[in-house]
Design a protein around this ligand. Structure first.
Ligand code: PMP
Length: 457
């Protein structure tokens, strides 16, 4: 039972003493005052239980306060909290070896940070030092961080400030087979097909060719002939679980490397088994990046991030001294190490695949039933549901309508996310411990919320 501060008092403190921007992410009319979490559940201060299908933007990987991970943190808190990387201590070494064993050759050198922005900042620096080039390309609609440098990688007006940020960053067209002009049914790797036909020939994907054409145009017009890097998420997260045509990333990597650049996979959302078919999202594209950046799920919500790269790139970076006071601290390493064990022991990647595929197939039935559900996409438990005015136009459902449905779902006891460039996409990225029963509960709630909205219209 909750006996702490009142809701009114918290709201007052929020107005006076807290970052006023953070509530914009949900903008619930009646906010959720969370108090406790366990596995896929959150409880508010009134004791109401919510099924958490957003997990702080795909951050809680194995479950809120997972007993094994909590025990690992407690154990480490009693032994050693803090020392930096300048001394040698076991948890860091155990973890770096364990994390590296989850990555293919030659990705073996691990740098630990405290967040995704820090990891991407570091990756930008390393790419520039290694290649001697400056320019970096990312997709429009992407989110890679909010620091001065990563704000340039990020391509979403909501997260941009009118200052000189991210010098040398160029955003290229996101190869979105639903929202973009090209692509359709068979272009992407998802259990659910899009509602429109792709018009591709048997073994030639028109969307792939068109979007690669756009990338080539970016190379020809917007950057020097030699570049430093290309950043891409295997499935675009904040941008709305956007999936690219099959083989797009493979071809893009080739073109980037021809221009002297390194390829960086941002696995902050897609890593650690979330896509179900693979441990890393990039494996679903049959590519091996030169650098992988990670955060969020790496620590199941404990602040942690990492860059994993090749020995060659690490050697180019070794000319200066890189220092991070808290990156790879003993507690974070103990937590992250336990997360890797737990993913294996609890079979969360398989859960992602089974429950995620089931959810998407059932959601596709709702898409076919309701005019305002335009697209259901993703892999595993990285799912996006694109809301439209109507299927023919594919215009985004307006923010007021999205907000109504979103609030209704929350009031019925389920927390999901919303994103996409126009705020038109619902996000389902739960802790990877959810069950088929949870999926059914959500499907009933979602159906009801859409039904209610259609009745009110
Ligand atoms: N990359 C991706 C794909 C993300 O989704 C985010 C956060 N939403 C980040 C990087 C930045 O991570 P952080 O908030 O830990 O800095």
């Amino acid at each position: 039972e909750y006996k702490g501060m009142s809701k009114e008092r918290m709201m007052e403190i929020r107005r006076l003493n807290c970052n006023p921007m953070t509530m914009k992410v949900t903008s619930y009319k009646k906010p959720v005052f969370v108090h406790q979490g366990f596995m896929q559940w959150l409880w508010d201060v009134d004791g109401k239980r919510y099924l958490d299908l957003f997990a702080g933007v795909a951050t809680v990987s194995v479950g809120h306060c997972h007993p094994k991970v909590t025990a690992a943190a407690e154990h480490q808190l009693r032994r050693l909290w803090h020392t930096t990387n300048i001394y040698i201590f076991p948890t860091l070494h155990e973890y770096c070896e364990k994390l590296a064993s989850h990555l293919p050759d030659p990705l073996k050198v691990v740098y630990l940070t405290n967040s995704g922005s820090e990891a991407n900042d570091l990756a930008m620096l390393m790419a520039r030092l290694h290649t001697g080039n400056f320019d970096i390309i990312t997709f429009r609609g992407s989110y890679h961080g909010g620091s001065l440098q990563t704000m340039g990688l990020t391509s979403n007006a909501a997260y941009k400030y009118p200052i000189a940020n991210g010098l040398g960053c160029t955003n290229t067209m996101c190869p979105d087979v639903f929202g973009g002009p090209w692509g359709g049914s068979h272009c992407r790797d998802s259990p659910v097909q899009t509602i429109r036909d792709c018009g591709c020939a048997q073994d030639q994907c028109m969307a792939h060719d068109q979007y690669i054409g756009q990338l080539k145009e970016t190379f020809a017009t917007s950057v020097p002939s030699q570049i430093a890097a290309f950043f891409g998420e295997p499935i675009q997260g904040v941008g709305g679980a956007v999936q690219y045509p099959k083989n797009y990333l493979k071809e893009a990597y080739k073109l980037v490397r021809e221009r002297g650049g390194v390829c960086i996979a941002d696995e902050v959302q897609t890593g650690f088994g979330r896509t179900g078919t693979h441990f890393w999202g990039f494996q679903g594209h049959d590519v091996i990046p030169d650098m992988v950046t990670m955060a969020k799920g790496i620590g199941n919500g404990f602040p942690m991030g990492a860059v994993v790269t090749t020995p060659e790139i690490a050697a180019s970076f070794a000319k200066g001294v890189h220092f991070n006071t808290f990156g790879g601290n003993p507690v974070a390493c103990a937590v992250a190490s336990s997360v890797l064990d737990t993913i294996k022991e609890d079979g969360t990647q398989q859960i992602s695949l089974n429950v995620g595929t089931y959810l998407m197939m059932e959601m596709a039935k709702l898409r076919d039933k309701y005019e305002i559900i335009g697209d259901v996409r993703g892999k595993g438990l990285q799912i996006g549901v694109e809301m439209v005015k109507d299927k023919a136009s594919r215009d985004p459902l307006p923010p007021e309508s999205i907000a109504e449905i979103f609030e209704d779902i929350k009031d019925m006891g389920v927390l999901i996310g919303k994103g996409g460039v126009y705020g038109q996409t619902f996000h389902i990225k739960p802790p990877m411990c959810i069950t088929m029963e949870d999926a059914d509960f959500f499907l009933a709630v979602f159906n009801k919320a859409i039904h209610n909205y259609m009745e009110r219209r």
